[in-house]
Design a protein around this ligand. Sequence first.
Ligand SMILES: Cc1cc2nc3c(=O)[nH]c(=O)nc-3n(C[C@H](O)[C@H](O)[C@H](O)COP(=O)(O)OP(=O)(O)OC[C@H]3O[C@@H](n4cnc5c(N)ncnc54)[C@H](O)[C@@H]3O)c2cc1C
Length: 408
Amino acid sequence: MRQEQNIILIRNKHKLFMKETKLDQITSQESSLILNTARKFLEEEIYPYEEKVDKIGEVPIELGKQIEEKAKEAGLFAANLPVAVGGGGLDYKSMSILEREYGKTTHALHSWIARPTEILLACNDEQKEEYLYPCVKGDKRELFALTEPEAGSDVMGMKSNAVKKGDDWILNGSKHFISGPCLPDFAIVFAATGEDKTNRGTRKRITAFLVNRGLKGFDIREGTKCVSYRGYKTFALNFDDVKLSSKMILGEEGKGLELSGKWLGMGRIWVGASCCGKAERMIQLSSEWAAQRKQFGQPIGKFQAVSFKLADMALGLRAADLLVKDAVEKAERSIMKDEDAAMVKLFCSEMVNKVADETVQIYGGMGLMEEMPIQRLWRDSRLERIWDGTSEIQRHIISRSILRPLGA
Ligand SMILES: Cc1cc2nc3c(=O)[nH]c(=O)nc-3n(C[C@H](O)[C@H](O)[C@H](O)COP(=O)(O)OP(=O)(O)OC[C@H]3O[C@@H](n4cnc5c(N)ncnc54)[C@H](O)[C@@H]3O)c2cc1C
C-alpha cells in the first residue's frame, strides 16, 4: 500500500539520523519532517480550494476524494492511529504539529485527511474488521454523535435511550450538530441504557453504539448550515425503534461516557493546537498589512495603536503554544487531567478570537470584504469557542478542579 510505503520511507530516514544524532535532535528533525510534509500538502492540495469551497458552501465529492487519496500517498491519512491497526502511529507531539498546521485552513477541506476517532480502538476483534480497519483504509467514515437538540452542554440531559429487548437493544431519540466532511457509513451514538445510583444521586448509564447507516428506523440528513467552516457538514440523526444487537455496543455497556471523555480530552488539545495555527496565519497577514498599508503618509504599523495590537497577538499565541506543549507532554506521560485539556481549549480558542477580531481591525474595511480571507478566518474562529465544550463549560471544569478538593 502506498501509504505504508511512505511511512516506512519516513521511518528509514529517521533511522539514518539516529546513528549520528542525539535524542533531542532526532525529535526536532522528526518534527520538521512532519511539519514540512503538512505544509507542502496544504500548499498543494488545500489552500488553492479554500476560497471556492467557502463561496459555494460545499466540497465537491471529487475534490474530497482527491484529498483523501493524496493524503494516503503523503502518509497523512489516519496518522493518529497506531501502526498495529494500520495507522501512521504518530505520537501526540507529532499530531499536535499536524493539527496546528491543519488549523490554518478550513475543516471543510482538512477533515478529508481522516483522523478516525480514537475511541474506535475500543472495538473488539469482530468490530475492528467491520469498523476500525475500513476507517483506517478510507473505505468507511464515522461520525461521533453525542449532542442532542435539548442536550448540548448538559450531556447527561440526553433523551436518546436504548432499551434491552431479548438479546437486542431498541434505540430511540435524536442527535444534531453531528459533523463530518460527508455522509458517514456509521455513527458512534451515545444513548442512556439505564440509571446508576451514585453518592451524587442518580446518574444515567450512557452506552456507545455503532449504528450503521441504512438500518431500519435510522434517519440521517444534512442539518442547518454553519457560517464557520462553510462546506463542513452537520447532520441531524433520528432513531425510531432502531434494533441493535449487543454486538453493536462499543466498549462496555454503561461505560460510554468514560470512552467519550478519554477522546474529548485529546480533542480539546487538538482544538487548541489548531487555534494556534489559525492565529499564526492571521498574525502573519496582519503584520504584512500593517507594514504595507499607508495612512497619514506612513505604514499603519508605525502607529503604536496598531503595533501594540501585533505585540499582544504574538504574546497570546506564544502563551497558547506553550499551554498546548505542556498538555501534550502530560498526555504523553498519561498524566494529563481534564482541567489541563480545559485550560488549553479555553485559552487557545479565546486567543484566536481576539486575534481574529484585531486582524479585522487592522485591515479596516478591507477586513470585511468577501474577496479577502480575513472575514473567513474571523467567521471560522468563532466556532472554536463553542464546539468540544463551550468556554463556559471549560471554566466550569477548571473551577471544579479547584473547588472540589475543598468540598465545595
Ligand atoms: C459546527 C458544529 C459541529 C459540531 N460537531 C459535533 C459533533 O461532531 N458531535 C457532537 O456530539 N457534537 C457536535 N457539536 C455540538 C457542540 O459540541 C455543541 O454545540 C456544544 O457542546 C454546545 O452545546 P449547545 O450548542 O447545545 O449550546 P448550549 O448547551 O445550549 O449552551 C448555550 C449557552 O449556554 C451556556 N451554558 C450552558 N450550560 C451552562 C452552564 N452550566 N454554565 C454556564 N453556561 C452554560 C453555554 O456555554 C452557551 O454559551 C457541533 C456543533 C457545531 C456548531
